[in-house]
Ligand binder design. Sequence first.
Ligand code: GDP
Length: 339
Amino acid sequence: MAKETLDAGKPTIDIASLANRIEEGERAALARGITLIESRRADHRAFANDLLELLMPNTGKSVRVGISGVPGVGKSTMIDLFGATLTDKGHKVAVLAVDPSSSRTGGSILGDKTRMERLSVDRNAFIRPSPSAGTLGGVAAKTREAMLLCEAAGFDVILVETVGTGQSETAVSDMVDFFLVLMLPGAGDELQGIKKGILELADAIAVNKADGENIDRARAAAAEYRAALHIMTPQDSVWSPPVMTVSGQTGDGLDDIWATINQHRDALQAVGRLDEKRRQQNVRWMWSIFDDQIKALLRDQPNIAARVPELEHDVAEGGVAAARAAATLLALLRDNPDT
Ligand code: GDP
């Protein structure tokens, strides 16, 4: 995917005009705004914060859905068709991804747009690959901000895709209203392998590829997941995660997924839980950004940075205990008049 330029030579960016163009739904402006957000340059970061502040009043109005599952479970196939059924209904759908292992050169889970043939040519859809490799916290923060930009640009359904690795699933579930876990048919072995944590995050489980010869196996798997959910997760008075069978290829069950997302929304809204959930997510997000930045700030203190190579070496070689080295760094921090 071509990377938009940020006028690297120019000292300023007209953020007010960029914000206006994003709010008018101009796709190139949206893409440029996201590129600005993803930039590692300190001056770009300041512009990105200004941009987010300007757009903030127009954010928050979308249905935010996370979709996870192991590679090969059929995420891109399903998102392509699911997204297309939603644009058919008149929605504007943005597809984002969190994949800390991706890089633009090495390809990412959404890097190859041809994987979503329908959506990539749909005027009412916008696909953005995962930010290039970085810490999970960094990638998730950028995706979250990209989500806000998409909302300001008028996208009313945001689908955030992630691969099935525990930590990125937690990060995505913490930025969405509804978290869908896709599973493969053929329970048994798979069921043994499900991490309890994933079931606890799921607002619904969909056994995918329930088509052709797979249908019976998919139904059997669904029954097993249903039983497992019942045993493993505490009953919630407002929402019990349903287990469905779907096919991202034929489209069977995709309407049920959309209906379930809306039922979940209604159920949470009726008791004020959706707003509460988003408020809590925002506060956790603030702390996670703060934690990341303060760590970087402290590690960059000259007297700390000067000692790090030696301490890392000593700890790696076993000459100094990790706890002792950490205590040394903390002592340096306390002695530092600048902190
Ligand atoms: P992802 O890695 O989770 O994004 O999975 P993909 O969407 O790339 O699909 C992986 C493979 O499964 C591809 O060969 C698809 O053609 C196939 N596949 C995806 N969805 C379905 C489905 O609903 N039914 C069947 N039978 N195959 C599917």
